[in-house]
Ligand binder design. Structure first.
Ligand SMILES: Cc1cc2nc3c(=O)[nH]c(=O)nc-3n(C[C@H](O)[C@H](O)[C@H](O)COP(=O)(O)OP(=O)(O)OC[C@H]3O[C@@H](n4cnc5c(N)ncnc54)[C@H](O)[C@@H]3O)c2cc1C
Length: 498
């Protein structure tokens, strides 16, 4: 490719989590290349500011950006997250865990789940996630990062972070400016298209013109470039996931400091609790067909106690753009779509979009095949996550309010229906290798929501059952004992600061 065809200027619109992550990944990928990156941030439109829980790929992103973990934790008030505790989702009074990392180890080449299932169907009392190293630590509010040089029975735990979204935007903004990203404070008023339908220029409120070869739309829910200017429509998934509002507020710090996110199912939706070093993030996600904003706010206050910030109401529509890349414009973050934060996947989708994009950095010619492939991959990511989230609701036994009764009759995606049928009938989990959630995640949530096959895999009978029973008992005890020796979560954070 000659230099003439290389994209020289990328313009990012938006200075929220999506804008700064996009700029950081792009600036890292294009380091030492003769490309300019400009990020425009409106002084009038605030960021959404609530994305504070992540999944383990956040740690991979920090490594990709060569950002030291300890510095990031210190500057963003971050804490560690080993999984999610779901309370009252299956039935009132029940709870289950979705752990990060592996659960148990394969036995004689067969999935641990099948051995555990045989034991359970024969009257065993252990829970599947009792064999998760991450949950052994989380139950005791403890944490440690496994040392690959020094393997232990906790080595299979992996972790993510909770952080302050505003501090993350500030941190990444500094990182980007060190990588020569130009930060323009200005409000985009008009988007100019050329005769081919590509974006050629943006007009700012102060009259300034910003040119670029490629535009990344991180303008939030309004989708200023892809949605409004290029008219790419929105696929609404509210018929699968009807919650459409959230009220968010912060409360004081929790001690002891949990090393997990909590998700509590309530009358009209669910409530998140995200523990940071200096405060706690809270929110109630609900469906406005069943609950007024005031009722939601009252429920949050009743369960959280005193707020230290004013509660904020946020509306959203679950779904995604028909395509995320069109012509010379890519939408990332809320401008590309939104799935409720039940499994903390939005920031992951931002990273994934940008990491896919930098593998395909286009020339000015913009060949259609890589664009189509990018869109196919991102659609699939969204669909897999959607199905996993729907599973948390669709299998509930709760009927104590109109919101939960609604789930008894709600249609689920065909892809999820097929997966559930196969699992129920033969205990097989059809695993799609492109699905973000690995089989242990599916097993944990299926079991947590009461979906258990009636039969285990008959091949398991080739293993000595009494030995397996003993191994299950001893490994569970050993896991809890090892976890008890780890540092308490806050003590661990204090230690890594120095
Ligand atoms: C209730 C709720 C809870 C969530 N929790 C989580 C979570 O726990 N984990 C997770 O991964 N994700 C979560 N998310 C999603 C997460 O908050 C977002 O994906 C993330 O913050 C990215 O937002 P954004 O940058 O796309 O948009 P925004 O934060 O809305 O930023 C938009 C940016 O565009 C700029 N802008 C807008 N218009 C213009 C204009 N005309 N000119 C110039 N600039 C403009 C604004 O100034 C702003 O800087 C949650 C979302 C919601 C709604």
């Amino acid at each position: 490719m000659s230099n003439e065809q290389q994209i020289k200027t990328f313009v990012i619109v938006g200075g929220g989590t999506a804008g700064w992550i996009s700029a950081a990944i792009l600036s890292r990928a294009l380091l030492n290349l003769p490309c300019k990156i400009r990020l425009i941030e409106s002084p009038h439109v605030p960021t959404i500011g609530v994305g504070e829980a992540t999944i383990p790929s956040i740690v991979d992103m920090l490594e990709y950006l060569k950002i030291p973990l300890a510095e990031f934790i210190l500057k963003t008030n971050a804490t560690f997250k080993l999984g999610i505790k779901f309370c009252d989702w299956h039935k009132l009074g029940s709870h289950y865990w979705h752990p990060f990392g592996h659960v148990g180890n394969k036995i004689e080449g067969k999935p641990f789940y099948q051995h555990w299932l045989k034991n359970k169907l024969n009257g065993g009392t252990s829970e599947f996630t009792d064999f998760s190293p991450a949950i052994a630590l989380a139950k005791q509010n403890r944490f440690f990062i496994p040392d690959p040089q020094n393997p232990t029975n906790l080595s299979a735990s992996t972790y993510a972070l909770h952080f302050d979204a505003t501090l993350v935007a500030e941190f990444l903004s500094q990182y980007c400016q060190n990588n020569s990203v130009e930060h323009i404070k200005g409000h985009v008023q008009n988007v100019v298209l050329d005769t081919q339908g590509n974006i050629s220029q943006l007009t700012l409120e102060n009259g300034a013109l910003v040119d670029g070869d490629f535009f990344i739309d991180c303008s939030g829910q309004q989708s200023l470039l892809l949605g409004k200017a290029l008219r790419i429509g929105y696929e609404n998934w509210q018929h699968y996931l009807p919650v459409n509002k959230a009220v968010a507020a912060q409360s004081k710090v929790m001690r002891p400091l949990p090393s997990f996110t909590s998700s509590f199912a309530h009358e009209h939706g669910w409530r998140w609790q995200i523990p940071l070093q200096n405060r706690t993030g809270n929110g109630y996600v609900y469906c406005d067909q069943y609950c007024s904003d005031q009722q939601a706010q009252d429920l949050l206050a009743k369960n959280v106690g005193d707020f230290i910030t004013e509660p904020r109401i946020i509306s959203f529509t679950t779904g995604k753009r028909h395509k995320m890349w069109h012509k010379n414009c890519l939408a990332v973050g809320l401008s590309s779509g939104f799935l409720e934060p039940l499994e903390s996947t939005s920031i992951y989708l931002i990273m994934k979009a940008m990491l896919n994009f930098v593998q395909t950095i286009p020339s000015k010619k913009l060949h259609q095949a890589p664009i189509d492939e990018f869109n196919r991959k991102m659609d699939h990511e969204y669909e897999c996550i959607r199905d996993f989230i729907v599973l948390h609701y669709s299998e509930t036994k709760r009927t104590d309010s109109p919101f939960w009764q609604m789930w008894q009759n709600l249609a689920i995606p065909d892809s999820l229906e097929t997966k559930l049928d196969l699992f129920r009938s033969q205990g097989q989990l059809f695993h799609d290798t492109d699905d973000l959630f690995a089989t242990d995640s599916w097993y944990s949530v299926l079991e947590g929501m009461g979906v258990r096959p009636n039969e285990y895999d008959p091949l398991i009978d080739a293993s000595d059952y009494s030995k397996i029973q003993q191994a299950l008992v001893s490994s569970q005890i050993a896991l809890d004992q090892s976890a008890a020796k780890a540092l308490e979560h806050m003590a661990y954070i204090k230690k890594i600061k120095f």
